[in-house]
Design a protein around this ligand. Structure first.
Ligand SMILES: [Fe+2]
Length: 232
C-alpha cells in the first residue's frame, strides 16, 4: 500500500512485490462509509485524499481533495458510484481536480480566496461563515494556512482538515503546521477556535496523522492545541 500511495514512487524493496495487492487495497475503509484514497499526488505535495460513499438520495459520493488520476483508482471510484461533489480544502491540494471533474461531472467546491474562480470550480464559497452544503456536510472557512482554506465536517463526526489541523504522533497532540503556514498564524489560531463550536470524532488531515477520539476528548485536545498555538 505504501508503494502505491507514495506520490513520487520513492519506496523500494529488495523483494519483488505484486503491486496489485496494494492497488486493490484502495480506497481503504477507515470508518462507516469513509475511505482513504491512497494514490497520493506529487502535485498535491503528497497530501492524503478521502472518499465518502453515499447513495445519491443521501447526496452522493464526496471526494475530498485530489488523489492521482490513476486508472485503477478511478475505476474503483466509478464502481461505487463515481463522484458527485469534490471538496477542495485549499489551493495546494487540487492536483488532478480537472480530470476528476471531467470524468465524473462532479461539482467542485472551493473558497474564493484560494483562487476557486481561476480554477474553474463549479461552486465558489466566499466569506467566513460556515455553509451547509447538504444536511450532512458543513464547509467551514478556516483562513490561516492559506487565505481560503476550508475544512469539511461530515455528520458531526468526521472533520476533513486539509492542512489546517492534524495529529502529531511525536507530541501526541493535535497540531497545526507552524513552518508551513503560508498566510497568517494569528488567523489560523482564530480559525482553530471556531472549531470548538463543533462536535467531531475524527480528524482526517492532508498531512500528519489521523486522529480518532470521543468528541469531548477531541474538544479538549483542540483547546490544548489552541493554547500551544498561542505560544508559537
Ligand atoms: Fe497546504
Amino acid at each position: 500500500m505504501a508503494l502505491v500511495a507514495c506520490p513520487t514512487g520513492s519506496i523500494g524493496a529488495q523483494a519483488h512485490h505484486d503491486a496489485h495487492v496494494g492497488i486493490d487495497s484502495f480506497p481503504e475503509p477507515l470508518a462507516d462509509n469513509v475511505y482513504y484514497c491512497g494514490f497520493n499526488a506529487e502535485s498535491s505535495f503528497g497530501a492524503w485524499s478521502y472518499l465518502i460513499v453515499r447513495p445519491d438520495a443521501a447526496g452522493g459520493n464526496v471526494l475530498i481533495d485530489s488523489p492521482r488520476f490513476a486508472s485503477q483508482l478511478v475505476k474503483k471510484i466509478a464502481a461505487v458510484g463515481g463522484v458527485k461533489t469534490m471538496f477542495l480544502t485549499h489551493k495546494d491540494d487540487v492536483a488532478d481536480h480537472e480530470r476528476f471533474a471531467a470524468r465524473f461531472k462532479c461539482e467542485r467546491i472551493m473558497h474564493a480566496r484560494d483562487g476557486a474562480a481561476r480554477l474553474g470550480t463549479e461552486k465558489v464559497i466566499s466569506g467566513d461563515e460556515a455553509i451547509e452544503i447538504d444536511p450532512d456536510l458543513i464547509a467551514i472557512p478556516v483562513p490561516g494556512h492559506t487565505r481560503g482554506h476550508m475544512v469539511l465536517l461530515y455528520r458531526h463526526k468526521f472533520l476533513f482538515s486539509g492542512d489546517h489541523l492534524a495529529w502529531s504522533p511525536h507530541r501526541k497532540s493535535l497540531i497545526a503546521f507552524r513552518r508551513a503556514c503560508w498566510y497568517s498564524w494569528d488567523e489560523q489560531t482564530r480559525s482553530m477556535q471556531k472549531l470548538l463550536n463543533y462536535d467531531f470524532e475524527w480528524v482526517l488531515p492532508g498531512h500528519g496523522r489521523i486522529h480518532h477520539d470521543h468528541p469531548a476528548s477531541m474538544r479538549k485536545a483542540l483547546r490544548d492545541c489552541i493554547e500551544w498555538m498561542k505560544t508559537r
